[in-house]
Design a protein around this ligand. Structure first.
Ligand code: AHR
Length: 313
């Protein structure tokens, strides 16, 4: 959709010939997926001649808010924000808007008005959870299935939406029950520690499946299940989200069952939208959706591992 040029876009057009400067407030490096997103964002910027200013928030919203304020003070041409949590962004987004700096959200969402950002690039996070839940509905063994859930970072949009989607999918299946749910903060160590506590608390009770909001937590949990003398992927079904190389290795080994892909290349569509905006003020749709694909053990996991292993995960 083309609109009349805002003064920000006119300013941007005037500078279109010179290298654009983009500030990127990244959450941190909690998972393999996050590392790949950072790598691909740097690569995309380099390929397009964009000067990328990178800030690692180490999981803290206050660091992200400080980074955005610093980018505004530097007068960057745009800001990429991967928001650690969904709430609390209004003021700083208003500051960027007052400075006429377009903000693009990457992979996670915020609860602010969409007037405060140019666009958001990401997957349908509720759908991802539904795909994982539907896989379990279709593949669980006969009888009651007691599920444990490793949630992502508390208050983050993927943790909220992936929990909702999974519950939507299993609703109406009275024999599937979520018996324990706790955050593992999207990390491998968090997944292992919380799974250990689940196994202890459920000693003597059968756990049919683990649903993890990302692969890294699933991989940590797989370790915990093995150390407890059980067979992940068989005694306990494992379904998670991201499609990082290591989960394909685990699938090839029979230790994991299914994953839902989240592409780490959010920057490609984000820079495409920004370049169009800088060129002539073209306003993108408010949500640019990336694909979510289910992979199982029957999808040649070693080939998927090989295809991804050098992509910066
Ligand atoms: O926001 C996307 C999520 O953040 C990924 O699924 C997870 O691995 C990362 O930490």
């Amino acid at each position: 959709m083309k609109t009349l040029l805002t003064s920000a876009a006119i300013t941007a057009c005037a500078f279109a010939a010179s290298a654009q400067t983009v500030g990127f407030s990244q959450i941190g490096s909690e998972s393999g997926w996050r590392a790949a997103e950072t790598t691909l964002t740097r690569q995309q910027a380099e390929e397009r001649g964009i000067d990328l200013r990178f800030s690692d928030a180490q999981q803290r919203q206050e660091n992200q808010i400080a980074a955005i304020r610093s980018f505004v003070a530097q007068g960057v041409d745009a800001i990429l924000l991967a928001p650690v949590v969904a709430t609390g962004w209004d003021s700083v987004l208003e500051e960027a808007q007052e400075a006429e700096i377009p903000v693009v959200l990457l992979d996670r969402r915020v609860d602010s008005s969409d007037d405060l950002y140019l666009t958001a690039v990401g997957s349908d996070l509720v759908h991802e959870g539904s795909v994982a839940g539907q896989w379990l509905v279709d593949n669980k063994p006969e009888g009651t299935c007691r599920v444990v859930e490793l949630q992502g970072t508390t208050g983050s949009s993927p943790a909220i939406d992936r929990a909702t989607g999974f519950r939507n999918a299993i609703e109406g299946n009275a024999d599937i029950e979520i018996v324990r749910s706790q955050t593992g903060d999207f990390t491998r160590t968090g997944g292992k520690e919380v799974m250990e506590s689940f196994l202890q608390a459920e000693a003597g009770n059968e756990i049919c499946a683990l649903y993890a909001h990302n692969d890294d937590m699933a991989l940590g949990a797989i370790q915990a299940i093995k150390e407890a003398g059980m067979d992940p992927g068989d005694d306990i079904l494992i379904v998670s989200i991201d499609a990082v190389p290591d989960i394909f290795q685990a699938m090839a080994d029979g230790d994991a069952n299914a994953t839902v892909e989240l592409t780490p290349n959010m920057a490609g569509p984000a820079f495409d939208a920004l370049e169009a905006y800088w060129a002539d003020g073209t306003e993108p749709e408010k949500f640019i959706q990336t694909e979510s694909k289910l992979y199982t053990q029957s999808d040649d996991p070693m080939a998927e591992y090989e295809a991804r292993k050098d992509l910066g995960y």
